[in-house]
Design a protein around this ligand. Structure first.
Ligand code: DGL
Length: 273
């Protein structure tokens, strides 16, 4: 049976990560699931995001996956720890579920000269405080400033990310972030949707500020993980296949997905729970 690597997001955002994973690991099989029918997750409660994400993880396991990447900061912040510590040991002790917050935190401090960084994310990611907690483990001296950007995912999911109306909300949240400190020199896009706003974000930040997207960080971290865990890598099938599923309408997904994935795709519908 094929054992693709599962890549999960609430909607389209995880496709920005999948694109980089595919580039770094062209032989591996991947299966993508966007829970578009229930997106966005960013403003949902801890319990809801945990329940939805667990349903998705079970679906991936039913598809034969041995390894699942939660390519969604909100799901990583609100569901990953419970799934790793409470569910996996009973459900599937040999399988692995990984998130995006730890690998991003591991390297973020290396980009900053001032040792002051900004985190932009959904309300759920920011309220969970996951980034300051993880970053403190790797960079105890680093000052971390956070800003929730609740309007960005709806703008992106509705195709407004390159329209003039988006500038208003980009400027608003960046002003709020930089009003917390003028010394922030590195900003992490801690939501996998945000790379679609990258050009506008870069245009609105003060000169010299680095904008860090997660795609390459996560791809390099997965390559390293598979090298360090050959027992998991051996279980992953490698015929270069990528398949796409959405919990909503497959045709709509196909139209939107190419913006995030950079090429045309064929999608299928999946029912969770
Ligand atoms: N792309 C997801 C993330 O990285 C969140 C989008 C949503 O709010 O559903 O956090």
């Amino acid at each position: 049976m094929a054992a693709p690597i599962g890549v999960f997001d609430s909607g389209y955002g995880g496709l920005t990560i999948l694109k980089a994973l595919k580039e770094q690991l062209p032989q591996h099989d991947f299966i993508y699931l966007g829970d578009n029918a229930r997106a966005p997750y960013g403003t949902r409660s801890f319990e809801t995001v945990y329940q939805y994400t667990l349903e998705a993880v079970n679906w991936f396991f039913d598809q034969g996956c041995e390894l699942v990447i939660l390519a969604c900061n909100t799901a990583s912040a609100k569901a990953l720890r419970n799934i790793q510590q409470l569910d996996l040991p009973n459900m599937a002790p040999g399988k692995r579920v990984l998130g995006v917050i730890r690998p991003s935190s591991e390297v973020l401090g290396t980009f900053s000269k001032t040792q002051e960084v900004g985190i932009l994310g959904t309300t759920g990611t920011i309220q969970s405080n996951s980034y300051p907690i993880e970053l403190a483990k790797f960079y105890p001296e680093l000052k971390v400033f956070q800003q929730a950007c609740p309007m960005w995912v709806p703008l992106i999911e509705n195709g407004e990310f390159d329209k003039p109306g988006a500038d208003y909300f980009v400027e608003q949240y960046l002003n709020e972030l930089f009003s917390q400190s003028k010394c922030i020199d590195t900003v992490l896009l801690a939501c996998t949707h945000y790379p679609l706003l990258e050009a506008k974000i870069k245009a609105h930040v003060p000169a010299g500020v680095k904008i860090i997207a997660q795609r390459d960080i996560i791809a390099h971290s997965l390559v390293k993980y598979l090298q360090n865990h050959p027992e998991i890598d051996q279980k992953c099938s490698k015929s270069g296949q990528v398949t796409f599923f959405t919990t909503d309408n497959a045709e709509t997904f196909e139209k939107q997905a190419s913006l995030f994935f950079g090429q045309k795709i064929e999608a299928n519908h999946a029912d969770l729970a």
